[in-house]
Design a protein around this ligand. Sequence first.
Ligand code: HEC
Ligand code: HEC
Length: 231
Amino acid sequence: MRVSLLASVLLCSIAPSAFAGSPLAVDEKVRNALQLDQNAEKGKKLYAGHCAQCHGPQALGSAGKVIPSLAGQRRAYLVKQLADFSEEERSSREMHAVVSQPALSSEQAWADLSGYLNSLPRASFPQTGDGRGLELGEAIFQDQCASCHGEDGRGDDDGFIPSLRDQHYSYLVRQMRSIASWHRLNVEADLVRYLDSLDTEEATAVADYLSRMRGPVKDRDRMNSDGTVNN
Ligand code: HEC
Ligand code: HEC
């Protein structure tokens, strides 16, 4: 069992991908899904029938229930997360139940859903923190995180890097902790180490800073759901 292996100290030094088979399955499914034509209309129907009850009618999530906003999130990242949930590379009882349904377990369904979600307007006012650690949050983010996530938190489809903007504070804090404690298995060991090195004050400061990022994004607003960028 992965869970018992996880408890082992060995894992502190060996990345999960060193012994598990399923990250390869995820890679293949993600690659296939990203090559498919996406039908955002079908994605919209699937979303309304299977996702809106938790993630909300406009996919803006729920801060109180710690459910992420999905609107405008990067397409490649969304596909990878659905594949990770499906292969149990990322733990979440709710999401495992979702992606194990036949209508939601195919690469085509993930392509359609992620195309639809990527095209939605982002949350304008996500939940924020108490505002006390913003300078600290900015310093840590720009120093340790911006090289991958972008200085405006926009993420990157290359590298499956999520946008961290327009996301609820409560969810960001929880995911930093989750990744740091290997609840998300299919991630680079370096990322786990980065996040594990932050204490509570630092993690909440970064999340608060991110949840308050406003204004235009370098290229995400111009990005079509098929990943091409408008000039
Ligand atoms: C029963 C409630 C529920 C339903 C229904 C649900 N979700 Fe989720 N979803 C969650 C929760 C809770 C999380 C956060 C999991 C965690 O904490 O890791 C989540 C996380 C996600 C994430 C990860 C986002 C990120 O930023 O990493 C994606 C993608 C996602 N859901 C897509 C969907 C899609 C697409 C559907 C419909 C096909 C759906 N969800 C249906 C509750 C739900
Ligand atoms: C080496 C590149 C890299 C660096 C540096 C990095 N990240 Fe990430 N981050 C990623 C990738 C890739 C993912 C997606 C992991 C996955 O696929 O599950 C991610 C995921 C996340 C998530 C989860 C988002 C969600 O929607 O669930 C958070 C939060 C996050 N990073 C915060 C940070 C913070 C804070 C820092 C700096 C302390 C940081 N990251 C540094 C690459 C990086």
